[in-house]
Design a protein. Structure first.
Lengths: 270, 396
């Protein structure tokens, strides 16, 4: 009897330990299989898109080199033909004056056009290899194009903010507005906030929160500026109106027809 | 082999004999025009002169004069590109030998002044006859601060009013100016300014200057200093940029003329005080922009100037010359937007004007001060040429 019991207990213990051991091995095997499959899928994806990535960089590098060559030859040819002088003669003194010479602009434009072309071709190659290589639902490519657009928006917004800020600062200083710097800063931040909101919206980050935050910030800046300028310029406006009325009253008709050269007159800039 | 002149064969009708002089008169009030016509009649034989006016006229009003209607332009102040193009076209049509261009307010010019200007281009072999006006000390300040010293230093000419309102032109000078103006009119910029002195220097034409006495100076339609300074200075800077190959060559300045008499001294201390305040305010706000254009030494000079007492406020000639040159170089390099650049120059110009007012108020002759300024521009020309050729050398 005792032997029977002993055999029973012994066999029961062995069965339990064998089952536990079998379960542990199964988990490890499953984990291992899952990891292997995951690694396999990632490596497969990487191998599938690797030619595309390489194609992207090769296209970008080749077209950058082509762009540099075209830009250099254009710059040399246009300098040889005195393109800047000709443009200066034909355009005269126009209001819009870019920060680079016409030759520099043409050369730079041709270079960046080539870089952009290389980028498009590279992205197209990447897109092809990515689409054929894997059915994975990762939306990498659309996000990448959105990111490029967002970067362009950011650059344009910064340039516009700087231009407008300087325009306002110089105009306000020459108009003797005491809050010139404040006004200039306000304009700068208005444009920067607008740019940031556009960038985030373009990247589809934040959703409604960005719109709400932008509305509050933009409205706040505008209200602050309006209050500051409105309260600060009351005296200025009244002085300006008074001096305008005085000028209108005292205006000598001869000053308009050109006979107003009076030795007692104080300052005449021309 | 001698050939016949083709012109008579082409022209079928030739009513009156060709006049020698074409007088182009800008639009002006009728009483001024009447005064001008009287002076012109006193200065020249009427049959030797053709007057083209933009004013409406009745043919019988001045039977002694040959009057024709000139195309209308917007020359409310200096002659525009369209005026030069019209002048040459009329000169060609009427086969005259010289052109006398008279701007608004020219009714105040004497008959002698008109005669001197026209006679120079008709019989003295001069291609460009420039007037030298007698102005009050505080008039024509943009001309005194920038146009005259800069033109004198770069183009080696002592013409006191490079953007004169009245001009005597030989036919070939008129043709040259019309060609220069054509580039603007074809780009729909008929109101652009043309710089006759610079054109004459580039072409190597003879020019001379004639004292014409006091003259009523018309003011631009937009009397805002910001607009005037940007317009005139921007135009001159662009012309200097286009003629860089010419003015970089060393030239000898003609000997000085005897100084012209000045009109009565005018008081401008009130405006001067306002200008000093304007400069100080700009100094606290525009340093960031000025530092992109001006070297450290100049900024240091401006700092010293900003703390100078109003009564002692004077901008040194060397400092002003350096400022103008650095702005000209920044204009060429497009260091910042050109509109911004010229806007940033305005407070500095006002500082110079304030200093000029103080100088003349202290008893120094206005002309002597302006001549000293022009000499400073000449002395600093090597710096200008050096930075023009090697702009990266941002030395002091």
């Amino acid at each position: 009897m005792l032997n029977l019991l002993a055999i029973f207990f012994q066999s029961g213990t062995n069965t339990a330990s064998q089952t536990t051991y079998a379960d542990n091995a199964s988990i490890w095997r499953h984990m291992s299989e899952a990891l292997h499959q995951s690694l396999y899928r990632v490596l497969s994806l990487f191998i599938a898109v690797l030619p595309g990535i390489l194609a992207f960089f090769v296209a970008l590098a080749v077209f950058t080199l082509i762009g540099m060559a075209i830009s250099a030859s254009l710059r040399r040819a246009l300098t040889l033909f005195k393109f800047d002088d000709r443009m200066a003669r034909t355009r005269g003194n126009v209001e819009w004056t870019p920060a680079s010479s016409p030759t520099g602009l043409v050369a730079r434009f041709s270079f960046w056009a080539c870089v952009l072309l290389g980028l498009i071709i590279g992205v197209a190659a990447f897109d092809t290899s990515y689409a054929t290589g894997t059915p994975l639902p990762i939306s990498l490519l659309p996000y990448f194009t959105h990111a490029v657009g967002a970067i362009l928006l950011l650059i344009a917004g910064n340039l516009i903010a700087r231009f407008l800020s300087r325009s306002v600062l110089i105009g306000a200083v020459n108009a003797q507005l005491q809050y010139a710097r404040f006004l200039s800063l306000g304009i700068k931040w208005l444009v920067l906030v607008l740019t940031a909101a556009m960038v985030l919206d373009h990247l589809e980050v934040g959703g409604d929160i960005v719109e709400l935050a932008f509305g509050i910030l933009f409205g706040g800046i505008v209200l602050t500026l309006a209050l500051a300028v409105g309260l600060g310029s009351r005296d200025l406006v009244s002085r300006s109106l008074e001096s305008h009325v005085e000028r209108t009253g005292d205006r000598n008709p001869s000053a308009r027809d050109g006979s107003g050269s009076n030795p007692a007159e104080t300052i005449r800039h021309f | 082999m001698a050939t016949a002149d083709p012109i008579p064969a082409v022209s079928t009708a030739s009513p009156p004999p060709a006049a020698s002089l074409l007088v182009m008169v800008a639009a002006m009030p009728q009483e001024q025009l009447d005064r001008l016509l009287t002076n012109l009649t006193a200065a020249f034989p009427a049959d030797n002169m053709l007057v083209a006016t933009q004013n409406e006229f009745t043919p019988n009003a001045n039977p002694a004069l040959r009057l024709i209607l000139a195309p209308s332009t917007n020359a409310a102040w200096a002659s525009t590109a369209a005026d030069f193009v019209n002048a040459f076209q009329l000169a060609q049509e009427e086969r005259v030998r010289a052109v006398l261009m008279l701007g608004p307010g020219s009714g105040s010019l004497t008959a002698q002044a008109l005669h001197d200007l026209a006679n120079a281009v008709l019989s003295s072999g001069v291609d460009l006859a420039m007037p030298r006006y007698m102005l009050p000390p505080n008039a024509g300040l943009i001309n005194s601060a920038i146009l005259y010293p800069l033109t004198r230093a770069l183009f080696a000419t002592r013409t006191r009013f490079p953007q004169a309102i009245d001009l005597g032109l030989s036919l070939r000078m008129s043709e040259r100016l019309a060609a220069a103006a054509q580039r603007f009119t074809s780009a729909s910029q008929a109101d652009a300014l043309i710089w006759p002195v610079n054109e004459a220097v580039v072409a190597g034409y003879a020019m001379d200057e004639y004292d014409v006495g006091p003259r009523a100076l018309p003011q631009p339609a937009d009397t805002d200093i910001n607009a005037i300074l940007s317009l005139v200075t921007g135009s001159l800077f662009a012309d200097i940029e286009a003629k860089a190959a010419v003015w970089q060559r060393p030239r000898r300045l003609p000997p000085p003329r005897r100084p012209s008499p000045e009109l009565a001294h005018a008081d401008g201390t009130v405006e001067g005080a306002r200008m000093i305040e304007s400069f100080r305010f700009a100094y606290t706000n525009l340093q960031e922009i000025w530092s992109l254009v001006l070297p450290p030494n100049t900024l240091l000079g401006l700092k010293r100037l900003s703390v100078t007492d109003a009564a002692e406020f004077r901008m040194p000639e060397t400092l002003w010359a350096r400022i103008v040159y650095d702005f000209l170089i920044a204009y060429r390099l497009r260091t910042i937007n050109r509109g911004h650049l010229l806007g940033a120059l305005i407070p500095l110009y006002l500082a110079w004007v304030a200093g000029h007012i103080n100088t003349t108020a202290a008893g120094t002759s206005s002309e002597r001060h302006i001549e000293a300024l022009a000499a400073a521009f000449e002395a600093d020309k090597p710096y200008m040429v050096s930075r023009w050729r090697w702009p990266d050398r941002f030395n002091s």
